[in-house]
Design a protein around this ligand. Sequence first.
Ligand code: FAD
Ligand code: NAD
Length: 466
Amino acid sequence: PPDQLPQDPTKKTIVVLGSGWGATSLLKNIDTEEYNVVVISPHNYFLFTPLLPSVTVGTLDGRSIVQPTRHTTRFKTREVKVYEADCEYVDPINKTVTFEDRSEVKGSVSKVTIPYDYLVYSVGTENQTFGIEGVKKHACFLKELSDAEKIRARLIDCVESAAIKGQSEEEIDRLLHMVVVGGGPTGIEYAAELRDFVESDLIRWYPEVANKLRVTLVEALPNILPMFSQTLIKYTESTFKENSIDILTKHMVKDVDERDVLVKTPSGEEKKIPYGLLVWAAGNTARPLTRQLMAALPEHQKNRRGLEVDDHMRLKGAEDSVFALGDATATHFAPTAQAASQQGAYLARVFNQLARLQVLEDKLAASKKAGADASELSGIERQIEKAAKIRPFKYSHQGSLAYIGSEKAIADIPLLGNNQIASGGVVTFMFWRSAYVSMLFSLRNRSLVAADWFKVFLFGRDVSRE
Ligand code: FAD
Ligand code: NAD
């Protein structure tokens, strides 16, 4: 790394909570010359979530889609501190955060409180379980890298157990039933990757079990993928049908135990569905830390979905010092990487502008002290007036993309006015791949992802359990 300026106690401190889409986009774009930046996140890396479903079946290696946060901050003008820890308390009144090192290896210090001048709150969300106890106990989620690796191991376990000599037919049926809850893009993309794995790899190595493996997607609403156009919903449904993925719409999961999910069918009856692997992709909910921050500002924070911010991403009730972005906020933008990264880049511009403002204000004070003439002072004042005008955040929708299996993807791309192109198929899949490769933050990740795809093309996916 190049020589960096050390942190400077006379400069303002920005504490960034999180190392996901919002935080990383901010870190990439911020000029740190005028700030001390501190990043706190339980993961010391950024995870490229759009390709996470590919890790569940080994199309991609998990390492290929993560970027250490220190890689992002190493070329910054001033040193950025990165702490791998969980923030466990935010005090928006006294402007402090308390964080804890929860790793198994502990030193003499584990809990620390530090002050901030500005806080960037970008901790995302956790999985919505609707209070169903069995979900946390028995289902797999798909949010973190470790979730994808757990799904992969669990899938292979089911296949290997089903192949054990003497296993009863009923048990084979259960073990080889993969149930996905949630027909949003996470559930759809996971089911698609799973089907690819069965068709291309499992069939070669476990022919006797692969033919018996079933995939069922359960969705409470009347249709899947509500954010896509009707044509693409239909196209996805027919592609899933061709690939023998059963879609049960208007089926609401009410309970989960070790072996069965209990669903309410459209006719109102309750039915048990046995499963071997259950992937829960039923959406997001606010993290406990977010709820606690809301509770600290009860007059201003009343939305259960998440933090309320103004059009400059300032937290209502703490506008002078806290900015919140991404999934942790309750705005009219969908909780997507696209929105979070645009908000992160916007906030970086805001901080860069605030730094310019500070430099001009210091210059004005120094000029006044040195007895500068009126025209010089009014020149600086005009510059200050310009720098003080901060524009609100504006979202630019680039379209929605999703992988639906068998080398097919769907895309809703906005055109001028209110028009949009809805496209699905193999060409869209090529577009999907190239779009995501170009969006990966570094050459290192692009090379690793391209190499993984090439490896799978040559040798197929690895079916050994990690
Ligand atoms: P995140 O990216 O979730 O980052 C949150 C960060 O906070 C993480 O680094 C986490 O470690 C950290 N954190 C958690 N708790 C604490 C704590 N207590 N203290 C400090 N830090 C903490 N969106 C798209 O636009 N296109 C896609 O194709 C797409 N595909 C997706 C596929 C999957 C499988 C998933 C799960 C999501 C996908 N999304 C996609 C949605 C997208 O990932 C999210 O909208 C995006 O990650 C939100 O960014 P964020 O910065 O708000 O939160
Ligand atoms: P989601 O909220 O989009 O979908 C969850 C689905 O689960 C909903 O359709 C809901 O009706 C269903 N559901 C909830 N409870 C249920 C129950 N008990 N029984 C049956 N069905 C139930 O969640 P997601 O798919 O994880 O997506 C989260 C966000 O991330 C969204 O904004 C999405 O756009 C974004 N994302 C985008 C992509 C992409 O663009 N390719 C991929 C993944 C995620």
